[in-house]
Design a protein around this ligand. Sequence first.
Ligand SMILES: Nc1nc2c(ncn2[C@@H]2O[C@H](COP(=O)(O)OP(=O)(O)OP(=O)(O)O)[C@@H](O)[C@H]2O)c(=O)[nH]1
Length: 321
Amino acid sequence: MFSFLKKSTPAKAEETVAEKRSWIDRLKAGLSRTGNQLADLFSRGGKIDDDLYEELETILITADVGMDATNTLLADLRRHVREHKLVEAEELKAGLAHCLLKLLGPLAVPLHAETHKPFVIMMVGVNGAGKTTSIGKLAKYLQSQGLSVMLAAGDTFRAAAREQLMTWGERNNVTVIAQQSGDAAAVIYDAVQAAQARKIDVVLADTAGRLTTQAHLMEEIKKVKRVIAKVLPDAPHEVLLVLDANTGQNALSQVKAFDAALGVTGLILTKLDGTAKGGVIAAIAKAHPIPVRFIGVGEGLDDLRPFDAQEFIDALLGLSA
Ligand SMILES: Nc1nc2c(ncn2[C@@H]2O[C@H](COP(=O)(O)OP(=O)(O)OP(=O)(O)O)[C@@H](O)[C@H]2O)c(=O)[nH]1
């Protein structure tokens, strides 16, 4: 085993107005594909009628919201329109924001990593979803909350993954526990023990990407989870599934399969800065709700934040200032 780098230096960070602005702008830009379609629809003028609902239905479905959540949203919206006696197409925007908040609001449950020490977070997901990158960003975020962090290089399949994690460790000035060879369970086991000994607050454990159809790899990750519990009985305290927002409806199958195998406690939705349509979050809220702990809008250290449903909806609908 070798560990890398020094102690983390916790410090509460204050966010500047400019940082907040830049985050919202990136989120808005990422969601602009869907946002522009909705803006066109609502600003066209005219009355609320069946044609308008039909066009809205098409936009929601093409935005990865899926049939089920689209039906729920539209039924709720129709009820809202009746109750509030809305007439003009432009009034529908605030109505949709209201219904989206009802659907997405319950997903916005923040992660509380201070409830155990060390608090062990196991990152899982398909290949390339953004696990390792999210660990880097999460390390920075947790440090900004005053918590000390240690990383475990549990992705022992991909040769470059360990080096990638080392680089993130270096950037964040945190220790990375890794092994030249060996299995993920052993690396993470060592990391949890080291964190206990060094009184570290949070262990972020990387794991190799895998498809949910690869039965032997799904068995392997279940074993990793069991082994973690051997060193610390109630660990891992959080199983975070990382989802690439661009995978659309397929993200929902990933949620179901990883949850069945591991008991997923939280989600990270990455790459919302790309061509993501954003609607999959509504599909998850309807079909298989699990808290969305964080969303990612880029590859930089500051590009990950706790999920805020209101902020997300405002960015999507162009309601933010
Ligand atoms: N644009 C953008 N790119 C991202 C984001 N998060 C991750 N990426 C990029 O996605 C690619 C894959 O990220 P990794 O962190 O290596 O993914 P992984 O899940 O660890 O991959 P495996 O180890 O192969 O399973 C990298 O090029 C990242 O820079 C994001 O929020 N936005």
